[in-house]
Design a protein around this ligand. Structure first.
Ligand code: HEC
Ligand SMILES: [Cu+2]
Length: 479
């Protein structure tokens, strides 16, 4: 150790001779300061040599020199075994100003004060002459414990609050089917996951934004953190286990929602733009309303005459697509457990009137259902006009053709019978029995002028010739 009367021995770390000159001339301006530049190095190896041979008190590192690895110098001498005083220095052009390490700008007078500090006896010197709060701080263990506790508390409060909110604002409608129960259990797990993830992310973010915000005038770098194996193992394993659990739990729920009763009520559900039809093959009933007995499983066979639709009664929770084409029938099992009125919606964007593709759903007691079946089967009218209207309703024709002259996706049926209709190929045709039959059987062949060829070809495929005669009678009656 040097005695106080010895000059302060300075080693300069830079590969530019100009830097050493600049420092020297700064020091020369203070001749009363007893300093001596003892050498210049540009690598850590040279510095280690110089340390042995030249015995410097202070190393000034050129902040702007890319060839000098300043991190290495700091690590080796400040934090490492050396405990040598190292200062990072950036010289400005003109030599009147210098920037110390943290890039604070110092006026010439401040530089002198700062240098003065160095001329004091070594044992009075702070081992970190760079202002302590400007050196990147490693957080103390006690501090991090406190942060973990407070942030943990915040996250816990948020979890409880958001889960409470999610479960009390009634996001889910009434639970009206047996299949809804396992699905709501899944929702509950989902809500927990949402509450935990939301709180963890937003909670820690809020805590950091507030507690670790930048203080005025602090331009220092944050601590350099590189990897944390424990943390990485935890945040890989925990989600992995959770996802595996969800896979198991989800497939168990799927098993419950598709579980088959030995004797379900069979129903064919046909969707077409933009109406629903319900056929009960065991009773020979066709209906535009979905009517079901309570506590009996219904096995729905779903198909579409045109595009993809989707069967969805929110209170039943389960949902299934209806696909066009004979090979693509889909099945869905629903066991209503609450008597009441619900609404069937199409959950697949399917064209102009998709929003209006609705059907009433009525769940009745077994006795009321039997009575409804009786009424339906006994109610075939002997008036072809009445039968024709019922068929047009059931097969969804009235979703596109109005009875009263109003404009829907297709031409109105009011007054159409016997009229001259202009076709899009420039010809015209008289609307008679033959034309109507052709329009239903092969709708794409003669297209009415001003309309798109969107009448579903499959929609009339199930109609018998007698049913079409009834429809013709009905259209004829609309004069
Ligand atoms: C998705 C809408 C849609 C549905 C459902 C629909 N049609 Fe049409 N229909 C049209 C359109 C559009 C036209 C006019 C273009 C054309 O001639 O193909 C049309 C034309 C017709 C015509 C010729 C009418 C005229 O003014 O020349 C008849 C008859 C007809 N449809 C009968 C039916 C019957 C019967 C059903 C039920 C089984 C039905 N349509 C269902 C859209 C529909
Ligand atoms: Cu639809």
């Amino acid at each position: 150790m040097n005695s106080p009367t010895d000059p302060l021995r300075i080693l300069i770390a830079s590969s530019h001779p100009l830097f050493a000159q600049g420092i020297s001339s700064l020091l020369e301006k203070r001749p009363e300061m007893d300093t001596e530049v003892v050498g210049m190095v540009s690598t850590i190896d040279e510095a280690m040599n110089a340390l042995q041979n030249l015995n410097p008190d202070l190393v000034i590192v050129d902040y702007d020199d890319d060839q000098v690895n300043r991190e290495e110098f700091l690590a080796r001498f400040v934090e490492g075994e050396g405990r040598l005083r190292v200062v990072l220095f950036s010289l400005k052009e003109g030599g009147d100003e210098a920037i110390v390490y943290d890039r604070r700008t110092m006026a010439a007078s401040q530089i002198e004060d700062w240098l003065d500090g160095w001329s004091q006896p070594a044992d009075e010197l702070d081992p970190h002459p760079v202002e302590p709060d400007l050196v990147p701080k490693q957080p103390k263990r006690r501090d991090s414990m406190r942060h973990i506790i407070f942030a943990g508390l915040l996250v816990a409060v948020l979890i409880v609050g958001s889960y409470f909110l999610l479960t009390t604002i009634e996001l889910l409608p009434e639970q009206a089917s047996l299949q809804a129960i396992p699905i709501d259990d899944l929702f509950r797990v989902d809500f927990i996951a949402i509450a935990v993830l939301f709180s963890l992310i937003v909670g820690l973010m809020l805590y950091s934004i507030i507690v670790f915000r930048r203080r005025k005038g602090d331009d220092s770098d944050g601590p350099h953190i590189e990897g944390n194996t424990k943390l990485e193992v935890v945040w890989t394993l925990v989600p992995l286990i959770f996802v595996l659990f969800l896979a198991y739990y989800g497939s168990a729920a799927l098993g419950k929602t598709t579980a088959a009763d030995p004797k379900p009520l069979r129903m064919d559900v046909v969707g077409s733009q933009w109406s629903w039809r319900f056929e009960y093959p065991d009773y020979g009933i066709i209906s535009t309303d979905m009517v079901m007995p309570v506590n009996k499983q219904a096995l729905l066979n779903l198909s579409s005459t045109d595009v993809i639709h989707s069967f969805w009664v929110p209170e039943f929770r389960v949902k299934q697509d209806l696909l066009p084409g004979d090979d693509f029938e889909r099945e869905l099992r629903v066991t209503p457990i609450e008597i009441g009125e619900y609404k069937l919606r199409c959950a697949e964007l399917c064209g102009r009137d998709h929003y209006n593709m609705l059907a009433p759903v009525t769940v009745l007691s077994q006795a009321d259902f039997d009575a409804w079946v009786q009424a339906q089967t006994g109610s075939v009218s002997d008036d072809p006009v009445v039968r024709g209207e019922a068929i047009a309703q059931q097969y969804g024709c009235l979703a596109c053709h109005s009875k009263d002259g109003s404009e829907l996706a297709g031409p109105t049926w009011a007054g159409v019978f016997g009229s001259e209709e202009a076709l899009d190929d420039g010809t015209s045709v008289t609307v008679d029995r033959a034309y109507i039959i052709k329009s239903i059987r092969e709708p794409g062949i003669q297209v009415v002028a001003g309309y798109q060829n969107i009448m579903p070809a499959g929609i009339g495929a199930d109609l018998t010739d007698e049913q079409i005669e009834d429809i013709i009678a009905f259209i004829e009656s609309l004069q």
